[in-house]
Design a protein around this ligand. Sequence first.
Ligand SMILES: [Fe+2]
Ligand SMILES: [Fe+2]
Length: 189
Amino acid sequence: MKSMHFTREEKELAVTWAEDSSWAEQENYNADLVYMDCVKDILEHPIFQSMENYMQHGDTTCKHHCIKVSYMSYSICRRLGWDYKEVARAGLLHDLFLYDWHTHARETGEHFHGFTHPRTALNNAVKYFELTENEKDMILRHMWPLTPIPPRTRGGLVIVYSDKFCGLVETVARFKRWFLFSVGWKSTA
Ligand SMILES: [Fe+2]
Ligand SMILES: [Fe+2]
């Protein structure tokens, strides 16, 4: 079995990569042909592209957040010799809820986005894409342990981890930029 150990340098590299969305914005993932072979149809689909219109964490859009979660999950699974196609695809679709969650509660009176958006994302995803049962489960269970039932596959757990990792790093990075701007050490927030 391949190593599950990640060196300190690899972890630092992962934080640097996740806190800056330019890798996703510049579509650098195009260079990874194995990854593209798994996900090209989703990436090119207008419904996926429409996630560009919604912010997720900090100043990262839902689209770029999903690409990062997908690519990180794919990279981890590929390194471990696990199936990586399903995590790559489910990662792209895990937050396909298609609204701005920052204003959603005010506009609709629905206050439980954290609990309900996996089901909304899955309902949207099955309308536009053919999904395996594992992919459906990965999308539906990605908020575990906030939602009580864990994913049924190890790939699903990798998505849970990548989503929390990217979400936290994206949020902290935004705060860091705001702080450096506030104290005058950086010209833009
Ligand atoms: Fe989510
Ligand atoms: Fe997410």
